[in-house]
Design a binder for this molecule. Structure first.
Ligand code: CTP
Ligand code: ZN
Length: 158
């Protein structure tokens, strides 16, 4: 059982994914990024604002029956840089991975500079960013040099 949750314990899952150590308040962003909806048949548990020894307060998302794709790991890292993704099979954690915001992000984020080449209607330049800082999270557009900060990244992926 997860401790520190004031009795709101959520049972272990048999198979699926547990995304742990999500910064408090961002669980729903993680679910949105994964594109999972209860209508698809998944059983989903969301614990918000749980006490954590590692990061103060955290959110936890458990999705029974889903194993995320590799691209999803990168997207999750942009809204939840502290997250750990646990893949569970037969009640055992078979894979545990701490997400890491990638050095290069292609096609997920949008440049904030309206005159950037990536924002021009007839251009085919894919928005591409390089990592400047992980904490706080900052990316830079490789075309115009504009900085994209954590707040903007969160808004874009909301
Ligand atoms: N979990 C689950 N169902 C399982 C196995 C694990 O819901 N069948 C959950 C645990 O409750 C925990 C997370 O998956 O929230 C990671 O499990 P585990 O690695 O066993 O816990 P810790 O060692 O505490 O993880 P960490 O070191 O990453 O904090
Ligand atoms: Zn740009």
């Amino acid at each position: 059982m997860d401790r520190g949750d004031n009795g709101l314990t959520v049972r272990k899952i048999r198979s699926g994914t547990v995304i742990d150590h999500i910064p408090a308040g961002r669980a729903l962003k993680v679910l949105r990024i994964l594109g999972v909806e209860p209508e698809q048949g998944y059983t989903i548990a969301v614990l918000m604002n749980v006490e954590s020894r590692k990061i103060g307060r955290k959110d936890i998302v458990k999705i029974s029956g889903l194993e995320p794709k590799v691209e999803d790991f990168h997207k999750i890292s942009l809204v939840a840089p502290t997250a750990t993704i646990n893949i569970v099979r037969d009640y055992e954690v078979v894979r545990k991975e701490k997400v890491k915001p990638p050095e290069k992000v292609e096609g997920i984020l949008k440049c904030i500079n309206p005159t950037c080449i990536t924002r021009q209607p007839r251009e085919v330049a894919t928005p591409t960013f390089r990592l400047v800082s992980r904490n706080p999270l900052v990316y830079q557009c490789i075309y115009c040099g504009s900085l994209l900060e954590e707040k903007e990244i969160l808004e874009q992926l909301a």
